[in-house]
Design a binder for this molecule. Structure first.
Ligand code: FES
Length: 88
């Protein structure tokens, strides 16, 4: 399924205010959100910055706002945050 991630971006050297940027990613419903972020960074936009470490829900370094709620990208499945259309 294709999902659309709307990610808040801000570069203090070039941006006056934060803005949202959309990325479309091919992902399986059982993929983790962290997998989608890694895919964006590797294949679409190397400037995307996010933190991660253990990738197993232990360290908490990939904590972020996901659909308005606090969560860990490595413990959040795509199917839990996206509709069949890829948005939620
Ligand atoms: S990367 Fe460690 S909790 Fe997600």
């Amino acid at each position: 399924m294709k999902i659309i991630l709307k990610i808040q971006r801000f570069n203090p050297e070039t941006d006056d205010v934060p803005f949202f940027q959309e990325y479309t990613v091919e992902a399986d419903p059982t993929d983790r959100l962290l997998d989608a972020l890694i895919q964006i960074k590797q294949y679409q936009d190397g400037t995307l910055g996010f933190r991660k470490s253990c990738a197993h829900g232990v360290c908490g370094s990939d904590a972020m706002q996901i659909n308005g709620k606090d969560g860990l990208a490595c413990k959040t499945l795509v199917k839990d945050v996206a509709d069949q259309d890829g948005a939620k």
